[in-house]
Design a protein around this ligand. Structure first.
Ligand SMILES: Cc1ncc(COP(=O)(O)O)c(C=O)c1O
Length: 536
């Protein structure tokens, strides 16, 4: 069991969080200068002026060696803010801990991973997670696998755990530093504007007054933390992620802060999405496909990288950690509201967020305390790029044929570029088609103008800027109210998947991550290997 003792200095409570996995007993304790006289009594060793490390059996040396996150970059920084305690077998240490607890305002963070199995949606077969299982073993039909958690009733931890407050239903074996959970509140401004009595907004982004501190300003951070918490990188494995926007930024931030080796593959024309409030560390490398290429060229590059030893694909929608990370938006909504809403509004590119909402909904029904209904999935796309919309309206499980050049042109036109996925997990078993068939709902659409107007209304009525994708969802809610699709007293969850970005950029000094290498649109695997050898 790992305990984290929170920052002992309340003024610094919001500063960086660090976790370490300690293989044996050790304390790191921030004792103020005036307790210096106690150091010899406690058998401590001074590492930095204000910091001491208490050790038993000299295991602290071992600790420093084994814990990547500490040896690599930031162990002194980590000592600055945190106090750790691991295990609790020695009564001597327990006594010391209790004494320290009395001296300081110390919060204990307890983290116990939830045991889980994986299940093939198609066959229902259950099996163990071999660590990074993305597909059901020995099955030939394409199906998502999902996590079946042993714990059926979720216990939500306090907000200081960040997204790991929902760790009961996350497939993670550790917690990472720096996360924030999605925040849900009952709308007044927008609800009044629309004449709705039971509208709830789930916000993932930057809105410190509401308790949302997503440093990359979108719900993609929830997936990045969850994926990072599932990953074991002690052997130096490099995670590979291809993305054109928010996902890349989220993974870069989370992996940088937690010393997870990461290779990001992004089209060169999209690198302005890689803005940060603090520089990204060296364990994260960015390679790009040259100007004129698109997301699919970046995916191709990432596939080449994954053919090499030591590089693993993050897995996208197939990764249970990714989906259950995004599912925390629904967990936030339902545990705050106290029941499962009737409608769920979200803009979709891949539809993974909506699949995640459906899966979280299933667990919440099984939990038994929040109702037994499925939220109707009111998902939306940005006109004119409407591949999911078109397939759904044609009642087709398969995506309809879409000419590449036509698709590229449509994508150029839409403002919500993150919704531009051409190959969403729609037809796959357990994918978006199945989710919408079981839960009910519809695929809606909004033009750039309607989304822009919706963003303006949101900012005026709620008081924060929102991402163009979240504006698409808001626009479709506004339209659904106008059309009488939803009733004024219906319980509605509006998933604001990104926001506060304009404000964040105004308030912070922004830096950009620079590419380590620019590749041709279709490089050879040998060229990729050569470059990656130099980078990692
Ligand atoms: C802010 C925002 N909203 C919505 C989406 C769509 O999410 P999904 O691809 O899971 O459907 C994205 C995807 O990147 C996003 O960044």
């Amino acid at each position: 069991m790992l305990w984290q003792l929170d920052n002992v200095n309340p003024r610094r409570a919001n500063e960086k969080r660090n976790f370490a996995f300690i293989l044996d007993w050790c304390f790191m304790v921030n004792l103020q200068q005036n307790y210096k006289k106690l150091w010899p009594l406690l058998g401590v060793q001074c590492f930095k002026q204000r910091w001491i490390v208490y050790r038993l059996n000299y295991k602290i040396l071992y600790f420093i060696k084994v814990s990547n996150c500490i040896t690599r970059v930031s162990w002194l920084k980590l000592l600055n803010f945190y106090v750790f305690l691991y295990s609790s077998s020695s009564s001597r240490s327990k006594l010391l801990f209790l004494w320290l607890k009395e001296q300081y305002v110390i919060m204990i963070k307890e983290f116990k991973p939830t045991p889980y199995k994986l299940e093939s949606v198609k066959s229902g077969n259950q099996f163990d997670d071999a660590g990074w299982t993305l597909d059901a073993p020995n099955e030939h039909e394409c199906s998502l696998v999902r996590a079946i958690y042993e714990k059926k009733q979720i216990e939500v931890k306090d907000a200081s755990y960040g997204v790991f407050r929902f760790a009961d239903w996350l497939p993670v074996h550790k917690m990472l530093e720096g996360s924030s959970a999605p925040v849900t509140y009952k709308s007044e401004g927008l609800a009044k504007y629309l004449g709705l009595s039971d509208l709830h907004i789930t916000f993932s982004g930057y809105w410190p007054e509401r308790g949302a501190n997503f440093r990359t300003c979108s719900f993609k951070e929830t997936e990045a933390y969850s994926v990072g918490g599932r990953l074991k990188t002690d052997d130096g494995t490099v995670l590979v992620v291809a993305s054109a926007g928010n996902t890349a930024r989220a993974f870069a931030r989370v992996c940088s802060d937690n010393n997870i080796p990461l290779l990001l593959c992004v089209p060169e024309d999209n690198i302005d999405a890689l803005w940060f409030d603090e520089p990204i560390k060296d364990n994260v490398k960015l390679i790009v496909t040259k100007s004129g290429s698109d997301y699919f060229d970046a995916i191709h590059l990432s596939n080449l990288a994954c053919q090499l030893d030591g590089f693993i694909a993050e897995g996208g929608a197939k990764n249970v950690a990714r989906r259950d990370g995004m599912g925390t938006t629904t967990l936030s909504a339902v545990t705050t509201i106290g029941r499962i809403p009737k409608y769920y509004f979200q803009a979709v590119g891949s539809g993974t967020g909506a699949i995640a909402a459906w899966e979280a909904n299933k667990r919440l029904i099984e939990d038994g305390r929040f109702g037994s209904n499925f939220m109707k999935l009111m998902v939306s796309q940005n006109t004119p790029f409407l591949p999911i919309h078109d397939a759904w309206k044609a009642q087709s499980r398969k995506m309809l044929p879409l000419d590449d050049d036509v698709a590229r042109k449509q994508v150029e036109e839409i403002d919500a570029k993150v919704l531009s996925n051409r190959k969403p997990p729609y037809a796959i078993f357990g994918g978006l088609y199945d989710a919408m068939k079981e839960a009910g709902g519809d695929v809606l659409s909004a033009s750039n103008n309607a989304a822009e107007e919706a963003a303006r209304i949101f900012e005026e009525t709620e008081g924060n800027d929102i991402h163009p994708a979240a504006a698409v969802a808001t626009a479709t809610l506004i339209q659904a109210v106008k059309d009488g699709v939803v009733d004024k007293d219906d319980c509605i969850m509006l998933n604001i998947t990104g926001g506060g970005e304009e404000r964040f950029k105004r308030e912070k000094e922004i830096t950009f991550l620079k590419p380590s290498h620019v590749f041709d649109i279709t490089p050879l695997v040998e060229d990729v290997e050569e470059v990656l050898k130099q980078l990692f």
